[in-house]
Design a protein around this ligand. Structure first.
Ligand code: ME8
Length: 619
């Protein structure tokens, strides 16, 4: 009940309260002040009644990221990955989704953008993994972090920032953020007990546990969702008044129906917010957890690894000094496993620290392998390095983004990669380029001219009889290619990249049919009328290929570059703003007509051979 009485104040924080009134720089340098009141702090047991002290009213409004409109900034982020084991394709998938969105923004000529990723290096999980590997946490993190860096670089993920939570600039931001929570009255010290799940780095309520037996056959409790064993833990912790943010969180979501996509995840979060929202333990006793950031002015406690990790999204944009230039124009791409941390804890923590919640949280489901969860113990973990080696960077990027559907889990198997990539990239797209640029039908190797007399502009494509050589089907097809860039942009905006690719493939297939239907290789080049029609068929086909090459840049950057170079499209002509499709049909001039095509006449995308499996190849 007390929590509810506090809500107007918590609401105030959401509506535009701010960080502490002291100067950010001075405060970050100086030791943070003692806890509010100084005297014995309220205690709270898990699920028990909250003993709340008022959240202090904060004075300075937060600086907001530069507005809306086409020139606005945007920070896209991936989760920062645990540095306890090597990357797998699930991690890569998150990064590719964010990368494709980031690249698509650039293509649109949107305002300044950043793509952040990194490694999550603190916590019990890392401490235990290092001990098990007979190494120190810093050494383990150094090695694993560099593997993530390499994997993402290798996969052409165009990240602008790679944050390691062990970096001083990040730790400083976390300490400052802690100070903001404490100064806002959002923290109190309490005795906490519950079942702790180290692999998930969180306490789990009884309702999320089930009975099981450990390796020695002794009864134990495990997480219902992940099967990981939990351990009873009782200690003195700092607690965060999460319960006070239930209504502000609901209001935030009601006011921002696009805040969490796809929609089923939005509904899932709203459902969580209907249930009890207990306060959150946000520190661990230092005696149990040394590998982490100490609580400012209480060296007996270590800051909870999730608070530490989430603050990476702020430290990357210069919190506590310059974050206002970006925050809250932020879109977080996350897996469904960490939705609660991003959609409940993080916005509440931000509100408590006087900052607005992120603009959007883009959630995706998981990759399974032959119907099973990916796990080291099952030996079915898919190694991104092996996959890229086997299927090429673009082949594997294409597969994950084409087959991954954020709303539901997707099953991985090697045969599927070969099938999809060969059929869509090698055969449909590569074949189309090959056929339409063959010297046998285009000996001058130029971008041929379009003839209005062969393909006249019509108001109604069903009334084309006797007007030229194009059929009603041809008009329908060019109309669908003309609408493709907008369709693709809408799908990217709606976090449905797989649907954007589906539309592109459909158009590529239609273009192949168009080409096939008119059999340009049968036309007599010596007959001027036939030559006009032949040139027009090739012109239309190359125009379509130019559109596909441009739109595919965020997904298969190398192949798209090769395609556009073959079509003699200059780097400055590859943006969406200059993508005028079939200008000549609309009576405008086409800068490509007559241009010499690029010199690389090689195969656009080599068919993949399926020689070995990429599962279980991790070192
Ligand atoms: O949770 N399919 O890190 P993490 C698709 N450090 N994506 C998957 C996946 C799968 N099978 N498995 C993992 C953490 N992922 C925290 C994050 S952020 C402030 C802290 C992806 O190494 C997915 O994005 O366990 C998931 O959310 C993330 O990797 C978890 O990575």
């Amino acid at each position: 009940m007390q929590a509810r009485q506090r809500l107007p104040l918590a609401q105030h924080l959401y509506n535009g309260a701010c960080a502490a009134a002291r100067s950010p720089l001075a405060a970050a340098a100086a030791p943070p002040p003692a806890l509010p009141g100084g005297s014995p702090l309220p205690r709270r047991l898990y699920g028990g009644a909250a003993m709340l002290r008022p959240l202090r009213r904060l004075s300075r409004p937060p600086r907001r990221a530069a507005a809306t409109g086409p020139g606005r900034r945007l920070l896209l982020s991936t989760p920062i990955f645990y540095a306890n084991g090597p990357p797998h394709i699930g991690h890569l998938y998150s990064a590719l989704l964010a990368d494709a969105l980031h690249r698509h923004r650039r293509l649109r000529g949107a305002g300044p953008g950043r793509l952040s990723t990194g490694t999550d290096e603190h916590g019990l999980k890392i401490q235990q993994a290092a001990a098990a590997a007979g190494t120190s946490p810093p050494e383990l993190c150094e090695r694993v972090s560099s593997l993530f860096h390499q994997a993402l670089t290798h996969a052409a993920v165009s990240f602008t920032d790679f944050t390691r939570t062990s970096e001083p600039r990040h730790q400083r931001a976390v300490r400052y953020f802690w100070g903001a929570l404490r100064d806002g009255g959002a923290l109190y010290k309490g005795s906490y007990e519950g079942w702790y799940c180290t692999p998930e780095e969180c306490f789990l309520p009884e309702s999320q546990l089930t009975e099981h037996r450990d390796a020695q056959g002794r009864p134990c409790k495990v997480s219902l969702e992940t099967g990981h064993q939990v351990h009873w833990t009782k200690e003195e912790n700092y607690m965060f008044r999460l319960s006070a943010f239930q209504d502000p969180l609901r209001k935030w979501l009601r006011d921002n129906p696009q805040a969490i996509s796809p929609h089923p995840f939005y509904q899932r979060v709203l459902h969580w917010l209907e249930e009890d929202l207990p306060d959150l333990s946000v520190s661990r006793e230092r005696s149990r957890l040394q590998w982490g950031i100490p609580v400012p002015s209480d060296s007996t406690q270590t800051i909870y690894v999730w608070v530490d990790a989430l603050v990476n999204y702020l430290s990357v944009v210069g919190y506590p000094e310059t974050h206002g230039e970006w925050w809250p124009a932020v879109h977080h791409v996350v897996g469904k496993d960490i939705l609660k941390f991003h959609a409940v804890y993080w916005p509440a923590l931000l509100m408590a620290a006087g900052l607005a919640p992120p603009e959007r949280i883009l959630v995706h489901s998981h990759w399974t392998v032959h119907g099973q969860k990916m796990s080291k113990s099952l030996g079915n973990v898919i190694d991104p390095f092996a996959c890229i080696g086997q299927y090429t960077v673009d082949g594997f990027r294409y597969f994950l983004l084409r087959q991954g559907v954020p709303e539901r889990d997707c099953d991985y198997y090697d045969e599927k990669v070969v099938k999809v990539v060969n059929s869509e990239l090698a055969d449909a797209l590569g074949g189309l380029l090959n056929r339409s640029t063959a010297l046998s039908i285009n000996p001058s190797n130029t971008y041929p001219c379009f003839s209005e007399s062969c393909f006249p502009k019509v108001l109604d494509y069903r009334e084309t009889k006797g007007m030229g050589r194009a059929s009603a089907e041809d008009y329908e097809f060019v109309a669908s290619v003309a609408s493709l860039p907008l369709q693709v942009a809408n799908y990217f905006e709606g976090f449905q990249i797989y649907k954007a690719l589906e539309c592109i493939v459909l158009c590529v297939r239609q273009t192949n049919s168009f080409f096939q239907r008119h059999r340009p290789w049968k036309l007599n080049r010596k007959d001027p009328a036939e030559q006009l029609w032949l040139d027009t068929i090739i012109h239309v086909t190359l125009e379509c290929l130019r559109v596909y090459g441009t739109l595919l840049q965020p997904v298969i950057p190398h192949t798209a570059d090769r395609l556009l170079s073959r079509l003699a499209v200059e780097p400055e002509e590859r943006g969406l703003s200059s993508l005028t499709f079939l200008a000549r049909y609309n009576g405008k001039s086409c800068p490509f007509e007559g241009r010499q095509l690029g010199p690389d006449t090689g195969i656009l995308f080599h068919r993949l051979e399926k020689s070995r499996h990429c599962t279980d190849l991790q070192t």
